[in-house]
Design a protein around this ligand. Sequence first.
Ligand code: LTN
Length: 330
Amino acid sequence: MKIFSGIQPTGAKHLGNYSGGFRQYAATQEQGEAFFCVVDLHSITNPHDPQDLRERTLDLAALMFATGLDPERSTVFVQSHVTAHAEAAWLLSAVTSYGQLGRMTQFKDKAEQQEFVSAGLFTYPVLMAGDILLYQTDIVPIGDDQRQHLELSRDVAERFNSRFGETFTVPRGVYPESGARVMDLQQPGNKMSTTGGNPQGTIYLLDPPEVVRKKVKTAVTDSGREIVHDLNEKVGISNLIEIMTVASGESIAEVEKRFQGAGYGQFKSEVADAVVALLEPIQGRYRELREDTAELERMLARGAAKSREAAAPTLEKMYDRMGFTRPKGV
Ligand code: LTN
């Protein structure tokens, strides 16, 4: 089974990204041949700063390895290192409907917020379809906000297959349910988020221990004093319980049982300790890789080589079936 997912090198990554993303990637790599891609080409669809893109690309790659992606077992690479992605996007634009692209809610939302709307913002989902289809991907672990884009990828695959002959596996999206619900500590009605959230309510994966402790200590709680999971009456405490499950690996019931009779103060301080214990080794590995750029670059070069090899046969098929002549030996 082939697994592919892409992660954008934008925004500082937080505990919600860990719970719904990084943690799942590390788990999925056990299930098959997994490709994890830092989608830097997607990041130029919104106005960007070049130096920033460079740093964030390396930051994210280091974080992916630090949270448990194994360069031996999985293929971790940067999208722009494998030119097949840009090529596939152009070829697939021929079988993507202009009307369907215009109906993408992410495009409509972002276009509304910007004065300069790039063509790349509009064709973003075509690049994404190429990412997935180049690897004959069976499964795409992905956030719920990407459902519409994944459906478009499936439509593109089906249209290509029916016009030019069976070429692509039609991929299936897998939307993580459990553990994905990490809410903002200050506004527990909203998801933890880099863009929409409150920085005080967001635990970044690279926050130092004292910052994590302060954020957890000042988290909004609810009236009453019991540590019970109740999404109607106790959103703040429920969120801290879920955060504890992410950090300690316990179930909700186990956390409730362990803190029966404890007060909010004690509970918060133990949640903080558990999150610090989760993040410390991740931050340690992250720092090592960030300080040894040569090693990180070697790991990414290896990922790029493996991806190129995996993508090449599909790209060749695409060119061939669409009627392109190919120079010999390329
Ligand atoms: N659009 C996705 C990132 C992304 C992706 C992909 C995810 C780009 N290409 C291919 C899965 C498969 C996002 O914004 N999360």
